[in-house]
Design a protein around this ligand. Structure first.
Ligand code: PMP
Length: 428
């Protein structure tokens, strides 16, 4: 028995399923979730002091690696002044200025405490602004677990096979129209029928909750056109992609300007933060400027702001970080494809910047929800478990993106590829 086995047993006494967020339970891959006690740079250490190269990065925010000294020092520098006041601080303005500088489509930005709050609030704002109820999302895209958005969702909702959660009133879910990611024809058809009633399209510009599926050329451009044509608000959910696929997020990478953007994870540097922002004209509808209500006792708290600012300042002061993330992700994904090919395992990958996907399929590329869910989840689970034994921590689900960090070295990638060589050999 490992310490994780003992701790998982104990956790289940008073925590539902022993976890505070479902994907952590290893339902999609089997076995006991690993209990970690420490992160350092590229590595996580479990309760038995086993080391793992980490490709999850706390699901995205650890772009600089774990326990980055610059981020930790920033938190220490404000710690002794108290943990929060529920009143304005200078740090919040500094953060807002930084976000608006890095993402010029954002003119006003409001801090919240999670990605779920960010998307929920952005949807309410889009509805309040347009006076329309219907929203459009894409099957397999996950935007947090608020009622309107937990319809045909990805991530844990997909891993657990519960794309439509009990507890979401049908009368509310009926306002959520779910279309196919990367299928512009599908979007145009739907809008020809009901476009005038749609408050917003919300989309992950790179889908990261049904594995990792980049947008097909023209898809995001098409969404922009459709939104302009029908007076619909275009929301990019950049909770994963923001500051990761490029410093200016996916909107910079693909050069498309959304009306609103939702952010999370990364701007907290690992502490709980989210944000939504965008065009001044729309954001002015938020309270106290306008009538659309939104609030948060802990929003913009000094610890999270200082961690996030340190992260964003570090990312923007080294202009090579994103190139390096890109190069290392390519080394990893190409290397994995070569190892799989060597062992005759049907396998392909995807990547955008420091975000990547692993697919057990004989398709050359995976571009849709249907193709992603048709991949061999059992093979993924066996691969995941094999890699875990070798000391490589991948996302514990076939439907999550992987994340590269600046702390992962080429030697770590070599180690990963050697591990994969052994594990692929067992999969045939
Ligand atoms: N949007 C996207 C694209 C996400 O990936 C996630 C979480 N993985 C969320 C929203 C929800 O964020 P949180 O878990 O912080 O509520």
């Amino acid at each position: 028995m490992s310490r994780s086995d003992d701790l998982f047993q104990a956790a289940q006494q008073h925590i539902p399923g022993g976890v505070n967020s479902p994907v952590r339970a290893f339902k999609g891959v089997g076995g006991t979730p690993v209990f970690f006690k420490k992160g350092e740079g590229a590595y996580l250490f479990d309760e038995d002091d086993q080391r793992y190269i980490d490709y999850v990065g706390s699901w995205g925010p650890m772009i600089l690696g774990h326990a980055n000294p610059v981020v930790l020092d920033a938190v220490r520098s404000v710690l002794d002044n108290g943990l929060g006041f529920g009143a304005p601080t200078a740090l919040e303005t500094e953060m807002a200025n930084k976000v608006c500088e890095l993402m010029p489509s954002i003119e006003l930005v409001r801090m919240v405490s999670s990605g779920t709050e960010a998307t929920m609030s952005a949807i309410r704002l889009a509805r309040g602004y347009t006076g329309r109820d219907k929203i459009v999302k894409f099957e397999g895209c996950y935007h947090g677990h608020s009622d309107s958005l937990l319809v045909k969702a990805g991530s844990g909702a997909l891993t657990l096979g519960e794309p439509n959660s009990p507890g979401v009133p049908a009368s509310l879910a009926e306002h959520t129209i779910t279309l196919q990611f990367n299928d512009l024809g599908n979007v145009r058809e739907a809008f020809a029928e009901i476009g005038d009633e749609v408050a917003c399209i919300i989309v992950e510009p790179v889908a990261g909750n049904m594995n990792c599926i980049p947008p097909q050329p023209g898809f995001l451009e098409g969404l922009r056109e459709v939104c302009d044509q029908y007076g619909t608000v275009l929301i990019f959910d950049e909770v994963m992609t923001g500051f990761r696929v490029a410093l200016g997020g996916a909107q910079d990478y693909f050069n498309i300007k959304p009306d609103l953007t939702t952010l999370g994870k990364v701007i907290g540097g690992g502490l709980p933060v989210g944000a939504f922002g965008g065009k001044r004209e729309i954001m002015e509808h938020i309270a106290p400027l306008g009538p659309v209500y939104q609030a948060g006792t802990l929003s913009g708290n000094p610890l999270s702001m200082s961690a996030g600012l340190a992260m964003l300042n570090a990312l923007s002061s080294d202009t090579t970080i994103h190139e390096q993330l890109d190069a290392k992700t390519e080394l990893l994904t190409q290397g994995l494809e070569a190892k799989a090919l060597k062992h005759g395992v049907p396998f392909t990958t995807s990547m955008v910047g420091g975000m990547f996907g692993l697919f057990f399929t004989d398709q050359e590329k995976v571009t849709s929800f249907a193709e992603s869910t048709a991949c061999d989840a059992a093979k993924f689970a066996a691969f995941f478990q094999g890699m875990l034994k070798e000391g490589v921590y991948l996302a514990p689900s076939a439907y999550e993106a992987g994340f590269m960090s600046a702390a992962i070295s080429e030697a770590d990638i070599d180690f990963t590829l050697e591990a994969a060589d052994k594990v692929f050999a067992t999969l045939v």
